[in-house]
Design a protein around this ligand. Structure first.
Ligand SMILES: [Zn+2]
Length: 253
């Protein structure tokens, strides 16, 4: 399949992690010169990215930019291994606040000592000790990748007809979302999730500052959003403007 000259496509990457099927949705945006991947999944997922890009008609070898919405492990996981691919030179873009975490200069905000102890308790008892140790050590020494360029809102990146960077802090301090003007698509990252076909705010245990995250949703009202891609839950095709306005203004409990 040959992809159109200009486009956007949601990827579906599924893997069994700690005994549960976990599906995430990175996004591919491209034009004739540039192929951008938004977020890089968990560690070890390159083969899945290759296969999904092939399906979209965009060869993996054409990938030349990566935008990371934020530092969480399911967004930076395969970054170092993709950067090691010999065939291509890839520029990595992220917000300045997230940069030191992505580069491994600071410990990932959510991977605290307590969080690791908590996680250890929730792992299935039948999980082999080696696997348990490997997982905890991967979290203590998370994947790192160099960020080549910092981006901030409201930059317009001159690719695929224009991609607007929107700062949506709250889930993490430097979280960004992206607006692809041509398709009127918001790539929300983890600023929102989709569950049972409905759009929701990112749930509290994963969101550092829920109040700030909600304030971030308020500024989305200036964009003409028809489609939302959430990293967790995928596509939302309902009345996005109306739903986001509701989420932005509902009472926090
Ligand atoms: Zn996240």
């Amino acid at each position: 399949m040959q992809a159109a000259a200009n486009g956007i496509h949601m990827l579906t990457i599924s893997a069994t992690i700690m005994g549960q099927v976990n599906t995430i949705h990175p996004t591919l945006i491209w034009d004739t010169d540039t192929v951008i991947l938004v977020d890089t999944g968990y560690p070890g997922q390159i083969p899945l990215f290759r296969a999904e890009m092939e399906k979209a008609g965009v060869p993996f070898e054409k990938l030349n930019k990566i935008i990371i919405t934020h530092q969480d492990i399911d967004h930076i996981g395969s970054l170092p291994s993709i950067l090691k691919e010999p065939a291509q030179e890839i520029e990595v873009l992220a917000h300045e606040i997230e940069k030191p975490y992505i580069q491994g200069e600071r410990r990932l905000i959510k991977i605290t000592a307590e969080a690791l102890v908590q996680l250890d308790k929730t792992l299935p008892p039948e999980m082999p000790v080696e696997q348990r140790k490997a997982l905890l050590s991967a979290l203590e020494n998370p994947p790192k990748g160099q960020v080549d360029r910092t981006i901030a809102g409201p930059d317009t990146l001159p690719y695929s007809g224009g991609i607007i960077v929107i700062e949506t802090p709250g889930h993490t301090p430097g979280h960004i979302s992206l607006y692809h003007s041509q398709s009127k698509t918001l790539i929300a990252g983890d600023a929102m999730i989709v569950a049972d076909g409905q759009l929701f705010r990112s749930p509290p245990p994963y969101t550092l500052d829920s109040k700030l995250a909600q304030e971030s949703l308020r500024q989305l009202s200036i964009y003409d959003i028809e489609t939302v891609i959430c990293y967790h839950g995928g596509l939302y095709k309902g009345n996005a403007k109306q739903r986001i306005a509701l989420l932005a203004n509902e009472e926090l409990n």
